[in-house]
Design a protein around this ligand. Structure first.
Ligand code: FE2
Length: 370
């Protein structure tokens, strides 16, 4: 029998439907089960979840695989950051003046988690996508930016500016009408010009409603769509006028956007995104940032299902930081009843006649429901 493993993910509370049967258990931050998998979500159960005063709940998903993806930063920290990000943005949307103390504390915790993680940047899509406002996008961009910042040996102070700016980089989107923000089709010229205002709006909101008015974090929100050849927006700044921390966030933003699913398209495979970044390095994107980032990206994630050059299927079991295209894999075989099992581990760095020819199922693309 294939071993069962537990994976934790965050599910937006508003996605839980009354009377549906839960496909996973919901747990609290200490790991205690609040609602068991298989239970029906009655109104009173839902009510008790709403009373926790959280927008995301932690779900425990059972997976029939003997390998699980490693966390980039702890899920609980992501949950807390998302909660703080959501309440901050809601307050800002209502025109309130807000303190960014909570987000600053979250950013410090994220920095600590990133510093403790010795590994590669693995695809950072462990969160279910949230469609109201791209909270998860912002959090992912912040985590990716902090990893890049760490690899570039930035100081703690610079990482704090970077993380906070990246968390708030798309805040100006609060001003974009929902019909335009969620339009599944291509935007027309007029709609596009509305979208392109969001960096300016972000700067204005941060200036008027927060204490972040003189910080470089504000520049990140203003400059994250600029390109070093001057072809970006809103100001068309070149490399000299664009802050280095903004240039890091630009790369993280593009990587996150292209690898994630959107209503109108599936996320691109990491290999293609890496090629895109490399193609623009030194031309539209900062060369040092792209090169540093790419050196630390793995094209695979633990748990990915791949096809080998001899036709067999296997699951990635351990990444190789030196030879990222040659991870360790476990070959998939069938038992007497035809059920899939995982057999011996093969180190593709040692058996060089064997290569991965195809990625059949990326762990980062697996969702509970879509
Ligand atoms: Fe943006």
């Amino acid at each position: 029998m294939a071993k069962k493993r537990i994976r934790k993910i965050l599910v937006p509370l508003k996605d839980l439907e009354e009377n549906s049967v839960l496909p996973y258990s919901i747990i609290d931050q200490k790991g205690r089960v609040l609602v068991k998998a298989g239970s029906r979500l009655t109104r009173s159960v839902l009510q008790s979840l709403y009373e926790l005063n959280r927008s995301f709940v932690i779900a425990e998903v059972m997976e029939e695989e003997s390998v699980v993806a490693k966390e980039d930063v702890p899920l609980q920290l992501k949950q807390e950051t998302l909660e703080d990000l959501q309440s901050t943005l809601e307050d800002l949307a209502q025109g309130k003046t807000v303190s960014l103390d909570a987000l600053e504390k979250d950013t410090k915790n994220l920095i600590q988690a990133v510093e403790l993680n010795p590994g590669l940047v693995v695809p950072i899509i462990q969160l279910k996508k949230y469609d109201d406002f791209a909270f998860t996008h912002s959090l992912n961009v912040a985590v990716i930016s902090l990893f890049i910042g760490k690899f570039l040996n930035l100081s703690r102070q610079e990482l704090l500016i970077l993380g906070l700016g990246a968390l708030l980089h798309d805040l100006g989107k609060l001003k974009i009408p929902v019909e335009i923000l969620h339009k599944p089709k291509k935007l027309d010229e007029k709609e596009l010009s509305v979208v392109k205002r969001h960096p300016i709006d972000a700067k204005k909101i941060l200036e008027e409603q927060t204490s972040l008015n003189s910080s470089k974090s504000q520049l990140i929100a203003l400059q994250h769509h600029e390109k070093i050849d001057g072809s970006g927006y809103p100001l068309g700044l070149g490399s000299k006028e664009t802050d280095f921390l903004s240039q890091i966030t630009t790369v993280a933003d593009i990587y996150e956007a292209l690898t994630s699913d959107r209503p109108y398209r599936k996320g691109l495979p990491i290999g293609e995104v890496v090629e895109y970044l490399m193609g623009n390095a030194g031309y539209k994107l900062n060369m040092e940032v792209v090169e540093t980032f790419i050196r630390h990206i793995s094209p695979y994630q633990v748990g990915d299902l791949v096809k080998l050059s001899d036709g067999r299927e296997a699951i990635v079991s351990e990444l190789n930081p030196v030879l990222p295209f040659r991870p360790k894999v476990r070959i998939k075989v069938e038992d007497e009843q035809g059920k899939p099992q995982l057999a011996e581990e093969v180190d593709l760095a040692r058996i060089t006649t064997l290569t991965i020819t195809e990625e059949l199922l990326s762990k980062s693309k697996i969702r509970l429901k879509d």
